[in-house]
Unconditional design. Structure first.
Length: 190
């Protein structure tokens, strides 16, 4: 029974440590472990084992002592030895039950600690990724701003060149028109 319990706890710890399901799965596992540890059935079983050991020790001792008092000589010695053995077994049962409860507590705390470490790691990685995305977005926006500024300057320059060409052509056309008018005025009239 003890080895099965340790096996189940070991599998649970291995799953939590090895799982890459993320924070949601971690929270589910941590809540389940906490609920299991605090469940009335587990708490009741722990209490029952300790209570049973405490209850049975005096009963076995009392029975052994009563048999020892009723029987003369060797039987009394055997009964005393049985009472001592029962007392020893009861004491060891209490120690084993307390040890098991302590180990289960330690494993549950270890699972919770590892799960907490994993969740911090996931949060750290997520924060790093978010900062990277923000940096790349800022770089892209800066590049876009530079391109827009460059394109606007180029268009402004082209517009100024076109305006200058139009002004020059208009000036030439005006000069040509004025020259024709001047030529018309110089022709003698008959």
């Amino acid at each position: 029974m003890k080895s099965k319990l340790l096996l189940v706890i070991g599998i649970a710890v291995g799953y939590v440590v090895g799982a890459r399901a993320g924070r949601e799965r971690y929270e589910q596992i941590a809540n389940a472990a906490g609920a299991l540890w605090q469940s009335p059935h587990v708490r009741k079983t722990r209490t029952e084992v300790e209570d049973y050991a405490r209850q049975q020790a005096p009963i076995v001792r009392a029975k052994a002592e009563s048999v020892a008092k009723a029987a003369p000589g060797a039987i009394a010695d055997g009964a005393r030895m049985t009472a001592d053995a029962a007392r020893t077994v009861a004491g060891r049962t209490v120690i084993v039950a307390s040890d098991i409860a302590g180990r289960v507590t330690a494993v549950a705390q270890d699972v919770a600690g590892k799960a907490s470490t994993i969740s911090r790691d996931v949060a750290h990685r997520t924060t790093g990724m978010a900062k990277g995305v923000a940096g790349r977005t800022t770089e892209t926006a800066e590049e876009l701003r530079e391109r827009v500024s460059s394109t606007a300057a180029e268009l402004r320059e082209r517009g100024e060149d076109a305006r200058d060409r139009v002004v020059v052509k208009a000036s030439r056309s005006r000069d040509d028109a004025l020259a024709e008018l001047d030529d018309d005025e110089e022709v003698p009239e008959r």
